[in-house]
Design a protein around this ligand. Structure first.
Ligand code: F6R
Length: 246
C-alpha cells in the first residue's frame, strides 16, 4: 500500500484525479469504477471540468463500487449521485455506464449480472472512500477479508453518515447496500482510497498503525501493491509516526 500525504481536501482531489486522468489518456479502453459520498465530490468537479474542456472519454467505461437498496431516484442512491455529479453535467458521454440496480427484487441475480460485467471489464482504477468505522464500500467491521460481492447491512454509524451527507431522516435512510467485496475491490489495477477530515482521523490511525484485522476493514488494503491511500492533514492528525519524513 502506498500512502500520499496532502495538505487538504482540494489537494487530495487533485492527486486522485491526476492518476485517473493519466489512465484515461494512456489506456486504449480505460475502465474507471467510482465511489460516491463526500470524499469524491471534488474529484468529480475536476473530471467534469476537463471533460467539458475536451478530455476524450468516448473510449472510457464507467462503473461503480456499490448501490444502496431503495428507489432508483432517491436522493441518496449511487445512481442519482452519478447522474447529478457526472453524467448529467458533461457534454460528451463515456463508452459504457454500468450501475448496480438497488431496486432489484432478486439480489442474487443482480450480483450475478454485475459480476459478469466486472469479468468483462477489468478495472484500471477503483476509487473508494473510508467510513469513520474503517469500512470500505459497504464492507463493515467484521466482514471477512475474502468477501465477494454481496448484500451488506449498514452499521448504525454508516446510516448516520448517509443521513448527514444527503440531509435525510432516519426513516428514509437506506440500511442495506449491494457492494463489491474485498476480493473484487482488490482486483482493480489501482485502488485509490480518499481520506479527508478530522472525523476520519481515528480510522486512518487504525488503518496505518493498528493491526491488520476485519475490525478495521480498510486494513485489507495494507498488504496490497495496488492500493494508494491519499490522506489530508486533518485525517492524518492522530498518527503517531511522521510518515512524511520516514
Ligand atoms: C459510498 C461508499 C462508502 C463511502 C464511505 C465514506 O458509495 O462506498 O463506503 O465511501 O462511507 O463516505 P464519505 O466520503 O461520504 O465520507
Amino acid at each position: 500500500m502506498k500512502t500520499i500525504f496532502v495538505r487538504d481536501y482540494d489537494e487530495m482531489s487533485e492527486k486522485a484525479y491526476e492518476i485517473i486522468k493519466e489512465v484515461i489518456e494512456k489506456k486504449e479502453q480505460p475502465v474507471i469504477s467510482m465511489t460516491t459520498g463526500g470524499s469524491p465530490r471534488g474529484l468529480f468537479k475536476l473530471f467534469v471540468e476537463d471533460i467539458n474542456n475536451g478530455l476524450d472519454i468516448s473510449h472510457t467505461t464507467m462503473m461503480n463500487l456499490d448501490e444502496y437498496m431503495g428507489p432508483k431516484d432517491a436522493t441518496y442512491t449511487v445512481r442519482t449521485f452519478m447522474y447529478e455529479n457526472l453524467y448529467n453535467v458533461i457534454d460528451s458521454k463515456p463508452k459504457n455506464i454500468f450501475l448496480i440496480d438497488g431496486e432489484t427484487q432478486d439480489t442474487d441475480e443482480e450480483i450475478t449480472r454485475y459480476k459478469a460485467i466486472l469479468g468483462k471489464y477489468p478495472r484500471d482504477v477503483q476509487v473508494i472512500g473510508l467510513g469513520t468505522n474503517g469500512h470500505i464500500g459497504a464492507n463493515e467491521p467484521g466482514t471477512p477479508f475474502d468477501s465477494m460481492m454481496f448484500l451488506a447491512q449498514h452499521d448504525e454509524s454508516t446510516i448516520q453518515s448517509t443521513m448527514r451527507e444527503y440531509g435525510i431522516e432516519r426513516e428514509e435512510a437506506p440500511t442495506e447496500m449491494i457492494t463489491l467485496g474485498f476480493t473484487e475491490i482488490l482486483e482493480a489495477e489501482k485502488v485509490i482510497l480518499l481520506v479527508s477530515g478530522k472525523h476520519k482521523a481515528g480510522a486512518v490511525k487504525a488503518l496505518l498503525e493498528g493491526e491488520i484485522t476485519p475490525d478495521c476493514p480498510a486494513t485489507a488494503l495494507r498488504n496490497s501493491d495496488n492500493a494508494i491511500v491519499i490522506i489530508d492533514e486533518d485525517a492524518a492528525s492522530l498518527l503517531e509516526k511522521d510518515y512524511k519524513n520516514l
